[in-house]
Write a protein that binds this ligand. Sequence first.
Ligand code: NDP
Length: 283
Amino acid sequence: MTAAIIDGKAIAADIRTGLKEEITALSDKGVTPGLAVVLVGDDQASHTYVRNKEKACEQVGIHSEVYRYPADLTEEELLKKIEELNQAEHIHGILVQLPLPAHLSEEKVIDAIVPEKDVDGFHPVNVGKMVIGKEAFYSCTPYGIIKMLEHEDISLEGKHVVVVGRSNIVGKPAALLSLQAHATVTVCHSRTENLSDYTKQADVVIAAVGRAKFLKKEDFKPGAVIVDVGMNRDENGKLCGDVDFESAKETASAITPVPGGVGPMTITMLLYNTVQSAKQKIR
Ligand code: NDP
């Protein structure tokens, strides 16, 4: 069997086309979706992510404002800026790029964003709503996975989904959103014994481990759907996922590549959440 390659780039482009139309309709009603991004310090990867977010906003017609601060910004100053953005009428989404420098508490900062503008879906109120299956802002990467599978007509209902990884931003929400989509869910992590025994039973594997080519062909059931969240560098410095794509595609029914799979969906869902937030303004 050779797997269907799930084209995240094309799916993301499709969703963005739909968003552009929604944004035009919103503008006609006098609302332009606005996203504020706060970046502290000089982590190069963070600067690249933020530039990509800015570009993506521009491409679909979302107004974006980026606040770049030096690494020695005080917590008080940062919280003050967040409060100002909480109050700003024209801002519908606030995102603080993580990681923050060590002297700033990520927890405090996330808690300071009003849940109605927490388009990253990290605020405990949004996480709690997701747990009980209520409408909320869901974490962009796992939400992107769900949207991607929906787009490909891959239903999770009654399927056994095995999530490898239990981080708050990917693994746990991926498990909860799969459960909400009526899957039977198993969550594995670094203390799981005989990991392969679980992944081999899965109809769908969501790999969010952060280890290059960690799962291989023999770890999957023939015909499984494989979603690879990982973004790692292989021994030659080339971008690769948590799954050994070349061997796994021989056994999977469908698989996401790295790059070009889950990655493009993440920023798209940030745009999506920002547009949903702006829509609340005219309800
Ligand atoms: P974390 O490091 O926060 O979490 C990794 C998880 O993998 C942990 O739960 C850890 O278990 C588990 N793990 C580590 N080693 C093993 C092992 N040997 N066996 C089983 N489980 C293991 O990473 P993230 O969740 O933030 O990200 C995961 C990957 O996804 C990374 O490569 C990251 O770059 C990528 N990513 C990609 C995004 C995208 O847009 N495509 C967005 C976000 C992340 P434990 O909890 O026990 O430590």
